[in-house]
Design a protein around this ligand. Structure first.
Ligand code: AGP
Length: 604
């Protein structure tokens, strides 16, 4: 997704903007640019390609000035090009705009402006915003921005420069993320907190459609009636180091190894001697006939693990939906249903829309998110933060495992509420969950070398099939996504019992199959499926805590630790994350920023 930064203060803006854009690269982009106020003019420098193209053009602090906005663009309207890169000028160059989101009434606005004599330098929706600012400007910036805001439909996080306004610039958001950084005699805007962490840890999170006016001396926020509103800054508990690689070659590997600590933060102070305490949340499993989970990508895969876990222990029906489907299928929901929206970023457009659809149906909404005060966190009835810390790599790792751990907490709490497990079982399971982080830490260290060895053996594969049953199938979904999104190997997950209904026709000599067999009750069945693919020439990596049961039918084994199978997806995830990472490294992929992908998909 696009990334936005903005600065006003005493220092030259361009170096700060470039530094901030560098911390937003993980969001995915294909062009970038900066706009800086210089006296009564605005200067823009922008370029297609990676950030270093822009850095070459801005060497020697060009453009000069102490107030500016910057942008990394992930193309939606119009392909990657210098002209389509942001920032965008108005016709008279009195305004410059950067934008993250999609203006849905783009064609209507283009016609509106054409009829009034405007022409267009680019194919983008963003340029229309800049032209509208010029069209409506009558001397008062707040009035102008309100008129434009009322004219556009869709999602936006905007940074706006107006020539002649000196060290003042403007920002507002709707459906797209934006934070306001509060510094000493300097202030910032950014798409997320890590982008400006080296400069400040104090942030204001503007509400939808509120207009922020930033000068070096302060930030003033106005509501939709032009009334000033008081905003109390939050102090982020992230450090600048959190947004660095700390010696790892990639953020992804760092974040894989951060998982034990992240899972520990997720579960530890929520498991008390009296049982599980979900922060100040008062949800009781007895209040809900059904749980609906709606999420995207890995968050959806965590939801599938959660389904198996909650249904097994709490015996509450759990439906899992891709948020992009849930939002349009008019789900059967009511006040007796709990909707769980899972999202690492808390900004995924489809998941935010699913949240709103669930509330429209009267369902209570619990958000399981990582980014504090994100849009989904703010609109949910209850929030359980996963506390994973900033996740920079596009391919989620600790974001996913902390989501699974949080769902385990929820499932055990609800099981206790409903009396579907004995008190002893409840205490035993919570003790086992509390022990997971330390076991996971040992395990990651142990399996790292084997995963790297197997990646060296199998990285040339062109296709990979991840199979399993029950939890293992849910884990297979995530294993396949991890491999395909960073190595570009075509990888799919299949319920092991489903293979013979069609997909097995694809299995041929040396097809790579990862057979996950951690569920004891289903291991024999999965072994039969492994035999089926092996007899057709497949190369099989078995993933199991009982290698002796399947090793004879596997070419290689990734051994899991002996744990309660209910928690096995956490360990399977770590093993397959490392396998995917080393395969991608062997294939020379851009591991932290895979092609075409964005860290947070804030457009539908
Ligand atoms: C996972 O590795 C991907 N980056 C992607 O599937 C991601 O999980 C999905 O886009 C959902 O993102 P969210 O958790 O921030 O909502």
């Amino acid at each position: 997704m696009c990334g936005i930064v903005g600065y006003t203060g005493k220092k030259q803006a361009t170096p700060i903007l470039l530094d901030g854009l560098g911390r937003l690269e993980y969001r995915g982009y294909d062009s970038s640019g900066v706009a800086v106020a210089s006296g009564d003019e605005i200067q823009i420098v922008k370029a297609k390609g990676r950030l270093f193209e822009l850095e070459k053009l801005t060497e020697g602090v060009n453009p000069a000035g102490t107030t500016g906005i910057g942008h990394t663009r992930w193309a939606t309207h119009g392909g990657p090009s210098d002209e389509n890169a942001h920032p965008h000028f108005s016709r008279d160059k009195s305004f410059a705009v950067v934008h993250n989101g999609i203006i849905e009434n783009y064609l209507e606005l283009r016609a509106f402006l054409s009829e009034r004599g405007f022409t267009f330098r680019s194919e983008t929706d963003t340029e229309l915003i800049s032209l509208l600012l010029e069209y409506y400007y009558g001397g008062d910036m707040l009035d102008t921005i309100i008129k434009v805001r009322n004219k556009i439909k869709g999602s936006y996080a905007l940074g706006i420069l107006h020539a002649g306004d000196g060290d003042t610039f403007y920002a507002l958001r709707k459906d797209s993320p934006l934070v306001l950084g509060v510094g000493d005699d300097e202030n910032f805007i950014a798409s997320d907190i890590p982008a400006v962490l080296p400069y400040t840890r104090k942030f204001i999170i503007p509400d939808e459609k509120e207009i922020a006016v930033l000068t070096p001396n302060g930030i003033t926020v106005f509501n939709t009636n032009k009334e000033k509103i008081e905003k109390t800054p939050i102090v982020s508990d992230l450090s600048a180091a959190d947004a660095e690689k700390d010696g790892y070659p990639h953020f992804m590997l760092k974040e894989i190894f951060e998982q034990p600590g992240a899972v520990k933060k997720t579960v530890h102070d929520r498991i008390t001697p009296d049982g599980i305490r979900l922060d100040r949340i008062k949800l009781n499993g007895k209040d809900f006939r059904k749980i609906c989970v709606a999420a995207c990508g890995s968050a959806y895969h965590a939801g599938v693990v959660g389904k198996y876990f909650i249904e097994k222990f709490a015996r509450i029906e759990v439906e899992t939906d891709l948020a992009s489907e849930f939002r349009y299928r008019n789900p059967i929901l009511g006040s007796d249903c709990l909707t769980v929206i899972i999202s690492q970023s808390g900004e995924t457009a489809d998941s935010l829309a699913a949240l709103r659809e669930a509330k429209r149906h009267g369902s209570r909404v619990l958000a399981i998110v990582n980014v504090v005060d994100s849009s989904i966190a703010r609109e949910a009835d209850d929030v359980l933060y996963t506390r994973a810390g900033p996740e920079i790599a596009v391919a989620t790792t600790k974001g996913y495992t902390t989501q699974v751990a949080t769902l385990c907490l929820l499932g055990l709490k609800f099981a206790h509420d409903c009396g579907t497990i004995s008190h002893d079982e409840y205490l035993s399971l919570t003790r086992e969950l509390k022990a997971v982080p330390d076991l996971l830490g040992k395990y990651i260290d142990e399996v790292n070398g084997k995963a790297q060895y197997l990646a060296g053996k199998y990285y040339p594969a062109s296709d990979a099939y991840f199979i399993g049953r029950g939890y293992d199938w849910a884990a297979a979904l995530e294993g396949a996504l991890k491999l395909k999104e960073i190595s570009y190997i075509h990888a799919e997950a299949y319920a092991a019992g489903e293979l013979k209904h069609g997909t097995i026709s694809l299995i041929e000599k040396n097809s790579l199959v990862i057979g996950i067999a951690a569920e004891p009750e289903l291991r024999e069945k999965t072994l039969s499926n492994i035999k089926e693919v092996r007899s057709r020439g497949a190369a099989v990596i078995g993933v199991t805590d009982a290698p002796q049961t399947i090793a004879a039918e596997c070419d290689d084994i990734l051994e899991l630790p002996e744990t309660n199978s209910a928690f096995s997806p956490l360990f399977t995830a770590a093993a397959l994350q490392l396998f995917a990472y080393y395969v991608a490294a062997a294939r020379g992929g851009d591991i932290d920023k895979p092609r075409n992908l964005a860290k947070s998909v804030t457009v539908e």
